[in-house]
Ligand binder design. Structure first.
Ligand code: SAH
Length: 424
């Protein structure tokens, strides 16, 4: 009966590589003979990897499914600080290309048996002698296992040029180690039925090579060649969105600030409306009492917004001073607009994501000053969010009557004002 593997053998080979990557935290990985990029598609989820490269002699095969390597939309919506660049090349492992030097890991999964023995020699020199990755994983069929496939005559695949016994694989691997300064461990995937493991070995035999001296003994002789070689053709490349890219960080921070400023404004206005309604109903309200109520209402609204919106406790007294939202008038070309002024300090202290992304208040201010979508107060200490309901309000919420900060604020420049207007 034909041996079946669970999980399937090709998945076991790929899982072997994934486990290695996880254990060794490899950052730069190249898959030689990547075919339709199925291993690369699994590896792209391992965020310790920063550079993922695939090479295959058959460009058409690579192109068939390479777009599956593009980032899905959530990477753009919620980028992290992780970085990933993916590159795919059409080229032969028997030829040198300088872009393949300096990797932590080169994988050659079921590749070498597709090469003639003369090309295996060239492959050894290119991979171990020129690319000199820190580690190399080579998997290839173990011919001693073949009798367990009933009816199999010849090789497992029509394109295979050879299939080695364990001794043949070992002899090639040890020669490579001696010649290029590596050591090797032998293992495999695809267990034989009970009792037969020792006699036939694994279905796929695997050699895991480590460069002697490891990561630090970099024997990369950059510049030792007369000229750098670029023999491969780039088919595809993509940079995953990362917060380490200043443009992306700026975009995420600005949208976070606009979101929270709008939310805080909404809560604050809601609280004000409730209080004003109470005041309107109190016939002949004494002005002193009104002031008192309004003071209370500012503190209350701020606290409610801050604590509820961002999940933080009440701030220190020293911070409280800056933490008051207020109304601000801005004279446009023809009409007066009313804005709610949301201090940057409130946003920074109350919204963890805003503080994490900006690092400090000064940085936040500088980033926002350069963002046309954000309207800042003249001194740059607060975000101004338009109070859309301004015109509709009755006497009760009348601006003249509000008793709140009404110092006229002007935007930084007409240009900025127009740009901002266009965005609201
Ligand atoms: N590694 C893949 C598939 C291996 S099949 C996997 O794990 O699923 C072997 C692949 O090696 C094929 O895609 C073939 O096009 C490629 N190949 C054959 N000779 C090559 C060479 N000289 N250089 C690069 N790739 C080669």
């Amino acid at each position: 009966m034909e041996p079946t593997f669970s999980p399937p053998l090709h998945m076991q080979r790929h899982q072997f590589v994934i486990d290695f990557v996880k254990r060794n935290k490899t950052q730069k990985v190249v898959d030689l003979g990547c075919s339709e990029c199925s291993l690369l598609k699994k590896l792209k989820f391992h965020r310790e990897i920063e550079l993922l490269v695939g090479v295959d002699i058959n460009g058409a095969k690579v192109k068939r499914k390479m777009h599956g390597l593009a980032p899905i939309s959530s990477y753009y919506l919620q980028p992290t600080y992780d970085q990933l660049r993916i590159e795919l090349y059409q080229g032969s492992v028997t030829q040198k290309d300088v872009r393949l030097r300096g990797f932590d890991l080169a994988t050659c999964i079921e590749l070498i048996e597709h090469l003639t023995l003369a090309d295996v020699e060239r492959f050894s020199e290119v991979v171990f002698g020129y690319m000199t990755p820190v580690a190399v994983i080579v998997s290839t069929p173990n011919s001693e296992f073949n009798p367990l496939f009933p009816g199999l005559t010849g090789f497992r695949h029509s394109d295979h040029k050879f299939e080695w016994t364990r001794a043949e694989f070992k002899s090639w691997a040890l020669k490579v180690c001696l010649e290029y300064g590596y050591e090797v461990d032998f293992t495999g995937v695809g267990q034989a039925p009970p009792g037969q493991q020792e006699r036939v070995g694994f279905c796929s035999q695997i050699g895991v090579f480590h460069r002697l001296g490891g990561r630090d003994s970099c024997n990369m002789l950059y510049g030792d060649d007369a000229e750098d070689m670029f023999s491969y053709t780039l088919l595809y490349s993509i940079n995953y969105p990362s917060l380490r890219d200043q443009n992306i960080l700026r975009r995420v921070l600005v949208s976070e600030v606009l979101y929270w400023a709008e939310k805080l404004k909404g809560r604050w206005l809601e609280q004000k409306r409730d209080y004003s309604f109470t005041l309107c109903q109190t016939e002949g309200g004494v002005s002193e009492r009104r002031m008192e109520m309004e003071n209370k209402q500012t503190a209350y609204a701020t606290e409610a917004c801050g604590a509820e919106m961002c999940g933080r406790g009440v701030a220190e007294d020293t911070e409280r001073k800056d933490e008051e939202l207020s109304w601000t008038n801005v004279q446009g070309q023809q009409e007066l607009h009313r804005f709610v002024s949301v201090p940057l300090a409130v946003l920074w202290y109350r919204c963890p994501k805003v503080s994490a992304l900006s690092g400090n208040l000064t940085n936040l201010k500088h980033i926002l000053m350069e963002a046309p979508e954000v309207k800042l107060s003249q001194d740059g200490s607060a975000v101004l969010v338009q109070d859309q309901g301004f015109e509709e309000k009755g006497d009760c919420n009348d601006l003249e009557d509000s008793g709140y900060a009404e110092a006229s604020q002007y935007s930084h420049s007409d240009e900025q004002e127009q740009a901002w207007d266009a965005n609201v």
